[in-house]
Design a protein around this ligand. Sequence first.
Ligand code: MSP
Length: 523
Amino acid sequence: MSKRFYITTAIDYVNGEPHVGHAYEKVIADVIARAHRSLGAEVLFLTGLDEHGQKVQQTAQARGMNPQVYCDELSLVWKNLAKTLDLTIDDFVRTTEPRHKEVVQAILSKLNNEGHFYKSVYKGYYSTKEETFLTEKDRLPDGTFPAMYGEVTELQEENYYFKLKDQQAWLIDYIEKNPRFIQPDYRRNEVLGFLKNNTLEDLCITRPANRLNWGIPVPFDANFVTYVWFDALVNYISVPAAHGDPTVLAALGRKGNGPELWPADVHDIGKDILKFHAVYWPIMLKAMGLPQPKQLLVHGWWQKDGQKLSKTTGNVVDPFAVINEWGLDAFRFYVVRELAIGPDGNWTDAGFSSRYHAELANGLGNLLNRTLNMLNRYRGGVVPERSDELAAEATKTINETKVLLEQNQLQDALASIWVLVNRANKYVEDTAPFKLAKDPAQAKRLDEVLYNLAESCRILAVLLWPFIPSSATKIYAQLGLEGAPDKIASLAWGGLTAGHKVKEPVPLFPRKDAPAPGTAKTK
Ligand code: MSP
């Protein structure tokens, strides 16, 4: 069996609120998963939820609920997000599932037996909000700790630590020798800068069960549960193990006959969790004897109107509301078209509306609409003889888009596809088929023009399927073609044949007068 293309997202904290940032990350992964399937690969696309930790325990307690029942309830909201975004996920992991917990425990036992851990007493500051220990270095100049840490308490406790001190040199070397491992490059440089200028502290991998019991019990010491990050990162391999992945199972001393998944091809994550993925995760994997993931694809953070998203100030973008109002494809299109994977993005309702109208309604929608209108009006909906006037340009777009998709350059891929959208619309202006139709002597020329337009629309449907799958499928259906336009691998000019019958156009992206998407309707 050949290895599958395996892509993951960060697993969201179950007790958070799904917002545009979470939705964005999942959409990127879905576009990549769909693109690779369309390019011919077998894919496993995984997302899921991070459910352990003190905050979940405390909230469940405050509500008089069992934490598992609380998580089960919240998990429905996130599963609904995945469904609303039409994610083509192959699995959805929850860290409270037995299949996951079992692998975390097996790894802890193995690493403990091999001498990677030691027990030690820590005395210092602790942030419950971030579930992390702080040092004097974390204090602000005025002596307080940054607000992001919430209430900081002083404590003294015994825990297990993972030895990291000897791991720095090989990790630096690995990142330097594998430039694609962390993308974009500036994130890679950030990690290298951190590793070269700091000495790694050993990682505390437990919490005392009497302070926090909503976690995975440490198999060799019942007084402790596993630290959330040690638990959460393991989802990337606990799911392959559950599917029978031979590589992961071999590292656990077991045999597997399932699909080859590990190493992951892409871990799609946000910039804030880069250190966990670029420092701790590689060290954990090396200790387990597993190969490194091929790429950490690090995206930036969305803001709205230049301000941090925040529920307290009401500065939010609710993906459900936007999708409800504008349609899923408009949402998927905007987030990928507006922002490259890397820098931070700024959501503005005016920008959203403007892209919707200019690029989707007037660009793509109008092209399909007038092509089908003219084909129906002038040729009874029947595709004329093949003509290759736009073939070279369309082929160029196909080739460029394929390369960009293979490199996960989604924004550039859309820009490349829009070169063809704009070219085809300009072709209508230049050739003026409505004038040709008035002159019987121009019948052949009109045939040529109509073929080029219809075939361009077909090609656009296939190229756009990973990004806006439902609209792409509608384009296909209106062209009278069956199934989903999901095979870029075999896409070439000339697919429409003479005599094929198209359907009547139905607008894909109706123009809207509503001024703004989202929830900020108070303005
Ligand atoms: N549970 C951890 C991840 C564990 S992965 C083994 C976590 N969860 S989270 O819910 O806080 O964040 C999930 C993802 O959403 C992260 O990749 C994070 O960067 C991303 N985003 C959260 N807010 C965001 C924006 N405003 N914009 C874009 N992405 C953002 O961290």
